[in-house]
Design a protein around this ligand. Structure first.
Ligand code: HPA
Ligand code: ZN
Length: 339
């Protein structure tokens, strides 16, 4: 029997791709609504495709299924479903990645993406007690000039968009290629994060820090291979958004018991736990926390630290961070006393 799991603590989700929350059932529903034929005959056939060798084999399916997202209401339905699930798993604030180029490159206008997602985000606080904003990711396996052209187009959506990020196929596409795009984003007052050290080497993490000026590193697990980098990340308390179930699904880590999260906590890095692409990797935020708690034997104190780190690492105003930190402490006390 599995031991009883502690309930979720209030947490900020800082690493989730909205396109990665597309559950297979919703993919089929939207395909039917938009009269799009998927390559997979039915749900079972699609589910069989969810066995990945590496990041690229996942990305192939992830981009293929974005074809069902056509109209604003498709993006609204996608975001609604994510926000409801996230709220049920303790998420109180979400900074959600979106890949506009995955849509504009197939002829879906930027306005459709932002209007659709924005409609769901606008009512999430009232409906689910969850605040949410977007981080626009540049696709690193496309021409950096596209990323540079995207930055000024974000101006009308500044209430919705809090920052920029960098995702897609990592190896062979180092951060420094996007130095100019990040400088433009900084000039616009946007926050900056980047995926680095997921499959790519520690040198990509250095480059994200020094050339892009990132305020958080997404994944960053390969940083542990470089003691000088670990020292820097610890000294600056630069947050790393770690995604345990993703790392196992994409074979960056052989299994959860071998996951480096515990070593990262021991090294006093500012780590957070996140879900990445929950519809593809087997779970939302608390599913990740619960799985890694069981596999690594995390203590209640470590779980509290992860939840606190998530709010500290968020782009929320200081007063909001403080309010959430008080709520985490209260929830942790209630869990400890069995209330
Ligand atoms: N890594 C890189 N790019 C991505 C991912 C990921 O895990 N998910 C969606 N785009
Ligand atoms: Zn990611």
């Amino acid at each position: 029997m599995t031991p009883p799991q502690p309930p979720p603590l209030p947490t900020a989700e800082l690493h989730v791709h909205i396109e990665g929350t597309l559950e297979p059932e919703l993919a089929f529903r939207l395909a039917a609504r938009n009269r799009i034929a998927l390559r997979h005959a039915d749900l079972d056939a699609l589910r069989r495709a969810y066995a990945f060798r590496d990041l690229q084999s996942f990305l192939d399916l992830y981009y293929e299924l974005t074809a069902v997202l056509q109209r604003p209401e498709d993006f609204t339905d996608l975001a609604e479903a994510y926000l409801a699930r996230a709220a049920a798993q303790g998420v109180r604030h979400a900074e959600v990645f979106v890949d506009p180029q995955a849509h504009t490159s197939r002829g879906v206008p930027l306005e459709v993406v932002f209007e659709g997602l924005g409609a769901a985000f606008a009512t999430a606080e009232q409906r689910y007690g969850l605040t949410s904003q977007l981080i626009v990711c540049f696709l690193r396996d496309r021409d950096p000039a596209e990323a540079e052209a995207l930055v000024p187009r974000l101006r009308p959506y500044r209430d919705l968009v809090v920052g920029v990020g960098l995702d897609s196929a990592e190896v062979g596409h180092p951060p420094e290629l996007f130095e100019r795009a990040y400088a433009l984003a900084a000039d616009e007052g946007l926050h900056r994060v980047a995926h680095a050290g997921e499959e790519g080497p520690p040198s990509y993490v250095w480059s994200a820090l020094d050339r892009l000026g990132v305020e958080r590193v997404d994944h960053g697990i390969r940083s542990l291979e470089d003691p000088a980098l670990v020292a820097r990340l610890r000294a600056e308390q630069l947050p790393l958004t770690v995604c345990p179930l993703s790392n196992v699904a994409l074979r960056c880590v052989p299994d959860l018991t071998a996951h480096p999260l515990r070593r990262m906590l021991a090294a006093e890095l500012a780590v957070t736990v996140n879900s990445d692409d929950p519809a593809y990797f087997g779970g939302y935020l608390h599913d990740n926390t619960a799985a890694v708690t069981a596999a690594l034997g995390l203590t209640p104190g470590e779980r509290q630290r992860l939840a606190e780190n998530s709010f500290r690492a968020s782009f929320l105003p200081a007063a909001d961070k403080e309010r959430h930190l008080v709520a985490v402490a209260a929830a942790a006390r209630a869990t400890a006393s069995g209330a």
